[in-house]
Design a protein around this ligand. Sequence first.
Ligand SMILES: [Zn+2]
Length: 424
Amino acid sequence: MKYKLILLTSFILFHLLSSQVKLYAQSIRNCGTDRHLEYQKKNIPGLKQKLIKQENNITKATKSRNNFSKGKQIIYIPVVFHVIWSLNIHNISNAQINSQIDILNQDYRRLNSDTSLTPNDFKAVAADVGIEFCLAHQDPDGNWTDGITRTHSSKSVFEMNTDEAKFTSTGGYDAWDATKYLNIWIVPSISDNGMGGILGYTQWPGGSWTTDGVVIAYKYIGNIGTAVAPFNLGRTATHEIGHWLGLSHIWGDDNGACWGSDNIDDTPNQAGSNYGCPTHPSISCSNNGDMFMNYMDYTDDTCMNIFTIDQKIRMLTVLDSIRPIIKTSGKCQANSIESNKNIIDFSISPNPSSFMLLLSWKNQSLAKKIEIKIIDVYGRVVIELTKESNKLNTNIKINNLEPGLYLINLKSGSMLGTKKLIIQ
Ligand SMILES: [Zn+2]
């Protein structure tokens, strides 16, 4: 009887513990960025000193940045997603990646549907950051891309500190030139020195370009497919890209004390990270309430809804000082792609169009088929068709497309052509 009792107790304890481990892994946000930074500072000679100098320069540049809010020009960041998959389920769909791009463009433009949940106390400092993200149209060789690479790997756990996801030689995939692209690796799972449960991590700005970018586990991308609650609204990427643009955690990474700072003036001083979704005001460090709904806290996706004006200034300053090329790299913006590989001679009429357009091409030495793609400013293919190339023209109905700037891409064998299309 006693033996049976011990067995029963052990059985219950085992299940209690294992369910808690499971709960911990899936319900508590855990970002690896600060530990990755500590590891790099310890192991990369000179990095610590370089980052101290860099921080001084950012602080100075941030203070002298004036009239930022008058500039209404949107900055576009070209993104490449590297999907590293071991099982089929890890190989998430283009639609799931597109949902992530949409979420980033809502959160960084303050077009998210939950801005009403920002407490009135903080509404005055809420910012439209003025940054948008698109899937890259051109790969590093200048060829057409949908902005997604897919790599089958025998590995399903990727060590954070050694950046295994970021190298083909360690089962991941080599970065595209990080001065020109934001690289985001999607992996089955991430470990920190053998410990699991990390949603994502980012290399702090100023490190090596070969490891620059963001790594996120496949369960925390976008809001469809494999996305798992409570991190199924794409805010893990919003948070990690905040790090990529130089934002720290809102509590200042001081293990619950009040001395640490996120170097942002308009976020309240806060003791530690918040989890789940507290009720405002949730007070610490004698503040009037933590800004737990900030994207740089650890709350659930449904709870997050704000970047502040000072966070915006810091992000734009970091872009200017550390990532100056990416804004003008031409890997994303529709208006900078035309000069590349315009080999197929074709015309669009009328342009601007509003209902139907006629696409005509010249009789060059084309392959039998010609592939036609219409792509929006975020790099998404919105119309795709294939025609016999000897037909020399085709009508395309475009009345379902929103007004705006698009690209028309033609491909026939090795020949390519690209033009801008405006839909009114
Ligand atoms: Zn973080």
